[in-house]
Design a protein around this ligand. Structure first.
Ligand SMILES: NC(=O)c1ccc[n+]([C@@H]2O[C@H](COP(=O)([O-])OP(=O)(O)OC[C@H]3O[C@@H](n4cnc5c(N)ncnc54)[C@H](O)[C@@H]3O)[C@@H](O)[C@H]2O)c1
Ligand SMILES: O=C(O)C[C@H](O)C(=O)O
Length: 329
């Protein structure tokens, strides 16, 4: 039986992450090796020509799963019939720009995109926001889409999760696939909290294997939380291939499920779990199955973790209050 192609809308398609992302979507890494896709690329008018160039290259790959590419500069058209929305395009912080200015500029992008999703996307739309500040941009888009179930709006912390896996594997001389149940809590920002207290390495408690709270506090957490800035410093540009890879992982896991005994980290609307105020889009440990996710319940949160989760959640609440003050939600 021939499957109906899945419509995947990618915003910021002509950007760095877009260039690293589109070829992997088209080759089946996002949804599966047997799932045909149609790409809908959304750019601002100045980005359309470059997106056309990328589309030419996608054509030149002759990907069997790629059933069409359309390019738009109007979100209402870009999200028409979208089953998956990858919201990558965002306004970067310019020199001299205050935080409020950045939130306002991104509100001008994510509010109309949320409304376009509300009015034009397919009923089963799943949204991943990558563009920073990702959690709050997701909140803005979600607030503009009252007819779409709130839980379909998610923000990317999978890159942080993957970064933490590698740091922990390198510290303990283990392999990333031996590590399970790691969690990123809170905001995709320097306040995020990578938590290894419930993680396991080859079946043993990771915190006990590491047994070095100073390394945890002074090396592991800041290395993971500030990795984005370190990449910018080294590369002169923000992470692109690793961010695209994490976006692929996020959606693939959401659609295809977490492995038994493991979980992943996703920024999702809080249901009040772990004291995170309801509605904030915060990173949690989640399991996924049949295209749905659930926040892992019942974890004991020690004092060390509690203070760090609270600090990151407080930052999210501040961002929410700021965008509320700007009338964006
Ligand atoms: N969540 C994460 O883990 C993570 C990791 C890395 C980067 N990021 C963020 O991802 C975003 C994109 O990064 P990049 O390196 O691809 O940036 P980039 O500047 O290379 O590309 C951004 C693209 O978005 C386009 N764009 C801007 N406004 C748009 C709009 N309204 N509609 C459609 N397209 C629009 C631009 O024209 C540009 O082509 C940034 O905000 C970056 O900070 C997030
Ligand atoms: O784009 C950035 O500011 C950094 C990015 O969010 C990252 O974590 O690599």
């Amino acid at each position: 039986m021939t499957r109906t192609p899945v419509n995947v809308t990618v915003t910021g398609a002509a950007g760095q992450i877009g260039y690293a992302l589109l070829f992997r979507i088209a080759s089946g890494h996002l949804l599966g090796a047997d799932v045909p896709v149609k790409l809908r690329l959304l750019e601002i008018p100045q980005g359309v020509k470059a997106a056309e160039g990328t589309a030419m290259e996608l054509d030149d790959c002759a990907f069997p799963l790629l059933k069409g590419i359309d390019i738009f500069d109007d979100p209402n058209k870009g999200f028409e019939g979208a089953n998956v929305g990858l919201l990558v395009g965002a306004r970067p912080r310019a020199k001299g720009m205050e935080r409020g200015d950045l939130l306002e500029a991104n509100g001008g992008i994510f509010k109309p995109q949320g409304k376009a999703i509300n009015d034009h996307a397919a009923d089963d739309i799943k949204v991943l926001v990558v563009g920073n500040p990702a959690n709050t941009n997701a909140l803005i888009a979600q607030a503009a889409a009252p007819d779409v179930p709130a839980e379909r709006f998610t923000a990317m912390t999978r890159l942080d999760h993957n970064r933490a896996l590698t740091q922990l594997a390198q510290k303990t001389g283990s392999s990333v696939e031996d590590i399970k149940r790691l969690t990123i809590w809170g905001n995709h920002s320097a306040t995020q909290y990578p938590d290894i207290f419930h993680a396991e390495i080859a079946g043993k408690n990771a915190a006990e294997v590491v047994s070095d709270e100073q390394w945890l506090a002074d090396t592991f957490i800041p290395t993971v939380a500030k990795r984005g800035a370190a990449i910018i410093e080294a590369r002169g540009a923000s992470s692109a291939a690793s961010a695209a890879n994490a976006a692929i992982d996020h959606v693939h896991t959401w659609v295809n499920g977490t492995a038994a005994g493991d979980w992943t980290s996703m920024g999702v609307p809080s249901d009040g779990s772990y004291g995170v105020p309801e509605g904030l889009i915060s990173s949690f440990p989640v399991t996924t199955k049949d295209g749905k996710y659930e926040i892992v319940q019942g974890l004991d949160i020690n004092e060390f973790s509690r203070a760090r989760i609270d600090a990151s959640v407080a930052e999210l609440a501040e961002e929410r209050d700021a965008v509320r003050g700007l009338g964006l939600i």
